[in-house]
Design a binder for this molecule. Structure first.
Ligand code: BGC
Length: 748
């Protein structure tokens, strides 16, 4: 052996083939323990440090495209500070080839020039596909994926994403977002799988399994480590503004916000990112209750806990629970954070080193964190091969992958209103296309696409159509007029749109939001900006039939125009295939099958959710009266439900219940229906919800076709978080509802 580095690499390779993955509860593998034993304190603390790519690029802090790595800065990071992880994109999306060069340069320095040759783990936000790689396969954002109610599409999305980031040499994806979208103002609502914990948990399992595979083997170029984020309670800020306080009683936290994280842990998720904000006055980054007791102790999570962006420093600078930056580092590390997304300096490294040297943070805690980080690298096969695959095969952004993304976009589109069966439009219809989202690719995609905010329209590849272009391709140029009328927040010329509409059979009005991400997306009013509402009102006043298409990341209020529009189509943020998918639905090439994964509110001060308590729907004053309820979505055909049966009327403890129902396509064309099973606990020691989603499945039926669907409920499905904050199952009567059919049973 020529060098310790070579020795370690050989050791690593041997260990990797013998025991790739740490066995449950076993702690780090022998290879990781051997490596750890040889590391200096500085090398260990470096492993816990994650920096952003721009810090090692030319021109920092004014990093520009085309981004170029500054070798002296990279060497400083990896040789002086022993940095273990790098994240993000620096500026804007790179080509696949550029990524491969970037990662190769980084791994060359890490593995050939550092004393121990430990590879860097690179992490990225590939939240709807590899959004920071030009030409990658991009899907609807999570909210749209949830609207498909099709976990298999989510699994395939994650599988493709894993492959495509790995083709770049990136093995770690900061996804899925498992926050529950129960605060519609929150600018990250579109990153969630919606308001229901069960639906989000099913999607969480599918996503983690798709990204990581189901056999525990991540040491291939087909798989990547998932990161369940943002643990816990991030999505429910009282003000609706990003990174502001949440007040969530523990029972509510466990009932609504914890389940998807639990599902991800049960599926073997490798990493968890911490909520940037606070719950009940306690920043989660400083809470050993949330990080140790709940996440590790109760849920049994064994992977790496990474901070969110600059959030250890925020304990001092923003949250003021630490009186110095050093105290902030002590708090977070002792609370259980293993890796700090510092990310733009080396303060974490310096301060943590001081803390260990002076004995304030025990070295054992460092070993614990570094053991997990090294194990993650080993599990991903990085010690054996830290580089991008020799060649990215033809599967990258292949037509097959795009077809799946198109299918997902099509299945996400949710038809909310269709008066007089205006839709589907005949391809001979003369249409006016108008509105701010009609001809913009950025609006279809939203944040985390090409750039953080996703708003660089000029950088979007033009190989997929905008809504306008897809409509033109469908209906023919001679039948389509385009007059934008308004921007998102400003009138351009509504009169011109109305004039153009007078000679059209129908106006397709594409409304919604410009792209945004995180805090810059904060709003103070959920109502859709007034110029957009005025555009619809003016067109309707001119007696032009209006089809509203909503391209938006949260349910912007449209109540004042909902009656004026003949048809309303919710598209969420459908990704690059969205233009095509929307046109396909409008002109009937696709029968819509999406269902709302959120409640669409009617009024800005009535944000009651579908699983509210009885008191919230008790009389004419307190009503669940949204514009469109959770789970709602129309089709061009009709479905009839019948024969709802339970295999038992009385259940003993430990029994399971089989629920059967027949669904028939009683309309004229084939279509998909999401069969949703809701359960109501009629009386309970903690006020029960009116109903809770417990099972669902999507069926595909020809006209006249009938299918019997069976669901199995287990005892735990009947439970709720009781007065002692534990899962409680109480005897009594329950009601099962599918469609309009209801049956009751008794648990003894
Ligand atoms: C976001 C995370 C993201 C991280 C890295 C943070 O600001 O909250 O969701 O993973 O940045 O980009």
């Amino acid at each position: 052996m020529k060098s310790p580095q070579a020795l370690l690499l050989a050791l690593a390779l041997g260990a990797v083939t013998m025991a790739q993955t740490a066995t449950p509860d076993a702690g780090p593998s022998p290879m990781v323990r051997t490596l750890l034993a040889q590391m200096s304190l500085e090398e260990k603390v470096g492993q816990m440090t994650q920096i952003s790519l721009e810090l090692v690029c030319k021109g920092y802090p004014m990093t520009q495209d085309p981004l170029e790595i500054d070798l002296p800065s990279l060497r400083r990071a990896l040789l002086e500070y022993h940095v273990g992880s790098i994240l993000n994109v620096g500026t804007s999306a790179h080509t696949l080839e550029r990524w491969r060069e970037i990662i190769t340069t980084i791994q060359d320095v890490a593995t050939k020039e550092t004393r121990l040759g430990i590879p860097v783990i690179y992490g990225i936000d590939a939240v709807h596909g590899a959004g920071y790689t030009l030409g990658a396969t991009l899907f609807p954002q999570h909210l749209g994926m949830a609207a498909t109610w099709e976990p298999e599409l989510v699994r395939k999305e994650a599988e493709i994403t894993a492959y495509e980031i790995r083709a770049c040499g990136i093995p770690w994806n900061f996804s899925p977002v498992l926050d529950i979208g129960r605060q519609p103002l929150w600018p990250r609502l579109w990153e969630t799988f919606g308001e229901d914990p069960y639906l989000a948990s099913v999607m969480a399992r599918a996503y983690v399994a798709g990204l990581q595979g189901s056999d525990g083997r991540l040491d291939t170029h087909e798989r990547a480590a998932a990161c369940a984020k943002h643990y816990l309670g991030y999505s429910f800020p009282l003000t609706g503004k990003d990174r502001t306080p949440a007040w969530i009683p523990e029972r509510m936290l466990r009932e609504y916000f914890l389940p998807p994280f639990q599902a991800a842990v049960q599926t073997g998720v490798k990493t968890v990112m911490v909520n940037s904000s606070e719950i009940n006055g306690i920043p989660v980054h400083a809470s050993s209750f949330y990080l140790r007791d709940l996440l590790r102790g109760e849920l049994g999570f064994q992977g790496v806990i990474v901070s969110d962006w600059a959030d250890i420093r925020n304990l001092h600078e923003r949250d003021r629970v630490a009186s110095t930056p050093k105290e902030a580092v002590r708090m977070a590390v002792m609370a259980g954070v293993d890796m700090s997304m510092v990310p733009l300096d080396y303060s974490f490294y310096d301060l943590l080193l001081e803390l260990v040297r002076e004995g304030t943070v025990p070295e054992g805690r460092i070993d614990e964190a570094v053991g997990r980080i090294l194990q993650l690298k080993a599990d991903l096969g990085l010690f054996a091969d830290p580089y991008p695959p020799k060649e990215a095969s033809g599967r990258f952004a292949s037509p097959d992958c795009r077809e799946i993304a198109l299918q997902a976009a099509r299945e996400s589109i949710t038809l909310l209103k269709n008066s007089g069966k205006l839709l589907p439009l005949s391809s001979s219809a003369k249409v006016l296309v108008t509105g701010p989202t009609a001809h913009k690719r950025s609006c279809l995609n939203g944040g985390w696409t090409i750039t953080w905010q996703g708003d660089r329209e000029d950088l979007y590849p033009k190989d997929t159509p905008t809504i306008l272009e897809a409509i033109v391709a469908t209906a023919g140029r001679e039948r389509v007029k385009y007059v934008p009328g308004v921007e998102v927040n400003r009138e351009i010329d509504i009169k011109a749109a109305v004039k153009a509409a007078r000679t059209a059979d129908v106006a397709i009005v594409c409304l919604g939001e410009d792209p945004y991400c995180e805090t810059p997306g904060n709003i103070s009013d959920l109502t859709l900006p007034e110029p957009q509402l005025r555009l619809v009102a003016s067109l309707a006043a001119a007696k032009v039939p209006v089809v509203v298409v909503l391209v938006e990341g949260r349910p912007r209020l449209i109540t004042s125009i909902a009656d004026k529009a003949a048809a309303i189509v919710m598209a969420y943020l459908p990704g690059p295939q969205g233009g095509q998918a929307i046109a396909d639905v409008l002109f009937g090439r696709v029968n819509p099958s999406g269902k709302l994964p959120i409640t669409y509110p009617r009024a800005c001060n009535d944000l009651t959710l579908y699983d509210h308590k009885h008191s919230e729907n008790a009389n004419s004053f307190n009503r669940y009266d949204p514009l469109f309820p959770f789970g709602f979505g129309l089709s061009y055909t009709s479905f009839a439900y019948g024969d709802l049966t339970l295999d038992k009327e009385t259940l003993g403890r430990g029994d399971s219940l089989t629920v059967s129902v027949t669904v028939e396509n009683v309309g004229q064309r084939s279509g998909k229906e999401v069969v949703q099973l809701y359960l109501s606990d009629l009386y309970a020691s903690v006020t029960p919800s009116v109903r809770r989603l417990k099972r669902f499945t999507k069926v595909d039926l020809w006209p006249g076709e009938k299918q019997t669907v069976h669901f199995t409920l287990h005892e735990s499905d009947l439970g709720f978080i009781g007065m002692d904050n534990r899962l409680t199952v109480e005897p009594g009567q329950f009601a099962v509802r599918v469609g309009d059919l209801v049956r009751t049973f008794v648990l003894e």
